[in-house]
Design a protein around this ligand. Structure first.
Ligand SMILES: [Zn+2]
Length: 745
């Protein structure tokens, strides 16, 4: 026992030692062994470039002269930095040995580049020193991706290059370039010039959410496309940095911009314009031979422009309404003996799969390509959770994990009311950091089919680089830990790395990162039927204070607690939570508690909420916190079932005159008010006392039951079975979201 104890202490002290020695590298290398002392870099670095790949040589020269502000000389006898290429070692692995000089060993040109990125982070540039240490490192996943939607908003060649530079520094190797969508076609196709002449220009854009009523437009033209020369330039720029560019040409859905340019691609004889709002639209590519040939012609040019083995064909969110009505599509179904339009979609994808395979490429698509049967060579990008990825891996198809739950960087990262408008969702830094791309449901051999993961950035609400930076950073760094590191540090240490080393680096690069992670993690929790505020600083070196008008302030290092006594405070109370780094206030949060007699009491919920939107369980409904709008995940319970029942059993006669429900309506996120709500009251003997049924017409809705006494109350929520046509998620089950049930005497 004693031995174990001593061993534990040794491990802990080593950990702290490593940290204090300035190990601030992101993503965390597989192994870092620190030794005593530092190596002082001379003013003239003599570098042996015998085994130094050409691009790494450029990168090193740039860094030494521009960032380190020293001189360098490449010569065969130099020994300040030496390089060695190793055979028979894992792909993209490298080591850095620092002791009286720097020795870098690597397995590939790419890993030499990665070794340099690590070295740049190890060096204390101000002091001109680097701590003696030994680093060995290799990537966890082969697909380390970042995505960018340039259709909804256009980004210039230089802006893309800057994005690639930042990705490369954090060892990402895949850029998924979403080039076409309803709102803009952004890639020049020589055979079809109208795609960019007409399809790349949108007259104006919707202001605010897709669900806003009435709709308001900005009247500002959004246009731009990449010429084939631009594309070649970007691909070459990326490849130099060991980033593969995977182009996405969306089909058969998200096709409005193409159809606006060439109306004959459509099923119906209607005019379509480049779409000015956000959502899912019914104008999809027809499956007639002319349209199929058009798409193969497009892919032919795409295959020539992009050396990538993978070509992304989209395949998501395809409304089938036009296919159902179209004589040509009905003929395709008859000719190929397809039973329904799901099989028609599979047929469509299979045609593209065969075409791409014939060109030596591999098809990758969103997980909808599983519906109606997965094409033989297809790789699946799992976005609607991980279940599509699990299904594909079990069928021995390759998978890239990109679930909305952990990888959608267009979602809010902090309390939505304080953040720039986003589509919805809630994806804080910590959740990205804790993502595991390999689901437990897979056997080890199936897990080999998971190529890796990527984050997606859809840009409906992101119109410029400043905002783009804000959504991507620092979440990109957390994802780099997920996809690269075989020995991820813990989250607290990650925050220390951010604050001490990485954010100052991003400052130098002019990156407008979010500081949402600095906010104190405040939670309202229930313990023995009592509600408490618990506040915890994100950085272990910071302190937290909670105060409330007329009440003493509570302070603590790292974390702080505040007990709430329901009887002692008014209906609404504001708590101030302040985080300090020494004397500097790092962040101020407020927590508003809505009092009620049921505060902290638990309703019984059936069925359980979805695992992705389960809040704190039942106590979320009575924790005094009304979910914020635009919504984010944490204050809400979400359900995707037909009926949800909430019951509260007094055990004896009770009475509350009003019961108020706080619900959410956000059609762009597939969240709807229920079709109806039924509230039933029961007597102590179990007999029905009475019931009320109402239409849910608003997000805040109440029942009044003035005179009755009852022992049990049951609230049944009944949902529509399908999301209506023309809405995002058409035909899917709608979600029901609730944040609070307030009972008033
Ligand atoms: Zn058709």
């Amino acid at each position: 026992m004693l031995k174990f104890y001593a061993c534990l202490i040794w491990t802990l002290s080593l950990g702290l030692d490593v940290l204090s020695q300035g190990d601030m590298v992101v993503p965390t290398p597989s192994r870092v062994v620190q030794s005593k002392g530092v190596h002082v870099l001379p003013d003239m670095l003599q570098i042996n470039d015998e085994n130094l790949p050409e691009y790494s040589k450029d990168v090193l020269k740039q860094w030494v002269t521009k960032e380190l502000k020293k001189n360098l000389l490449f010569n065969a006898a130099g020994n300040d930095i030496t390089f060695q290429r190793l055979q028979n070692v894992p792909a993209d692995s490298y080591t850095i040995d620092i002791l009286n000089g720097i020795k870098i060993s690597y397995s590939s040109d790419a890993s030499c580049f990665y070794a340099l990125q690590t070295l740049f982070q190890l060096v204390d540039r101000e002091a001109g020193t680097v701590a003696n240490c030994f680093v060995s490192d290799q990537p966890k996943f082969a697909w380390r991706g970042m995505h960018l939607d340039v259709s909804r908003h256009f980004y210039t060649v230089d802006e893309i290059k800057r994005y690639l530079d930042l990705m490369a520094h954090y060892k990402f190797n895949t850029f998924h370039w979403h080039l076409t969508d309803d709102q803009g076609w952004r890639i020049e196709i020589r055979k079809y010039p109208k795609l960019t002449q007409i399809g790349s220009v949108r007259a104006q854009s919707l202001v605010g959410h897709a669900s806003n009523n009435p709709e308001v437009f900005d009247g500002v033209k959004e246009e731009g496309y990449y010429s084939q020369n631009d594309i070649r330039e970007i691909v070459a720029y990326a490849n130099k940095r060991y980033i593969n560019v995977v182009p996405e040409i969306e089909m058969p859905g998200h096709a409005s911009a193409a159809i606006a340019a060439y109306p004959e691609l459509n099923c119906l004889d209607t005019t379509v314009k480049v779409v000015e709002k956000w959502g899912v639209f019914e104008d999809v590519f027809c499956t007639k031979p002319q349209t199929m040939q058009f798409l193969k012609d497009v892919l032919e040019e795409v295959c020539q422009l992009f050396p990538s083995e993978y070509i992304h064909i989209g395949g998501d969110e395809v409304p089938k309404a036009h296919w159902e009505k179209c004589g040509n599509c009905q003929k395709t179904m008859a000719d190929h003996r397809l039973k329904n339009t799901h099989e028609l979609q599979s047929y469509f994808i299979r045609e593209m799969d065969v075409f791409l395979t014939s060109r030596g490429k591999k098809l990758i698509g969103w997980d909808e390509i599983l519906e109606g049967g997965l094409s033989e060579n297809a790789t699946v990008m799992s976005w609607r959770g991980t279940s599509g990825g699990i299904e594909a891996a079990k069928k021995e198809h390759f998978v890239v994990m990109s679930p909305t739950s952990h990888c959608y960087f267009d979602h809010y990262q902090g309390e939505s009311a304080k953040e720039p408008l986003a589509i919805g969702g809630y994806l804080p830094l910590e959740k990205v950091f804790h993502f595991n791309p390999i689901p437990d449901a897979l056997e080890p051999y199936q897990a080999n089919y998971i190529l890796g993961a990527q984050a997606n950035l859809w840009t409906e609400y992101i119109a410029n680089v400043k905002h783009l930076d804000y959504m991507i950073f620092p979440r990109l760094l957390a994802l780099s830990e997920v996809v690269w590191s075989t020995n991820k540090c813990d989250y607290e240490q990650f925050i220390v790395k951010l604050e001490n080393k990485q954010l100052p680096f991003l400052d130098e690069k002019g990156v407008n990162y979010s500081t949402t992670h600095r906010r104190t993690k405040t939670e309202v929790v229930e313990k023995n039927g009592q509600i408490k505020i618990v506040a915890k600083a994100s950085n272990p070196n910071w302190t937290v204070e909670i105060s409330s008008k007329g009440k003493p302030s509570m302070a603590g290092t790292g974390s702080s607690f505040y007990d709430l006594k329901p009887t002692n405070f008014p209906m609404k109370e504001l708590y101030r939570v302040e985080t300090k780094d020494g004397e500097t206030v790092v962040g101020v949060d407020t927590v508003v508690i809505n009092n009620q007699p049921f505060l902290g009491k638990k309703w019984t919920i059936s069925p359980e909420p979805s695992e992705h939107y389960s809040g704190k369980g039942a106590v979320s409904l009575t924790d005094g916190i009304i979910g914020s709008r635009p919504w984010n995940g944490k204050e809400w319970l979400g359900f995707q079932t037909d009926t949800i029942t909430f019951t509260y059993d007094y055990g004896q006669d009770g009475r509350h005159n009003t019961i108020e429900l706080n619900l959410l309506e956000a059609s762009s996120s597939w969240i709807y008010l229920p079709k109806k709500i039924r509230c039933t009251y029961y007597k102590a003997n179990g007999k029905k006392r009475g019931s009320v049924e109402i239409q849910a017409y608003a997000e805040r809705i109440g029942f009044v039951q003035k005179k009755a006494k009852y022992a049990k109350v049951e609230i049944q929520v009944i949902m529509d079975d399908k999301i209506p046509a023309g809405q995002p998620g058409e035909g899917q089950k709608p979600w029901f979201f609730i944040s609070e049930i307030i009972t008033l005497p």
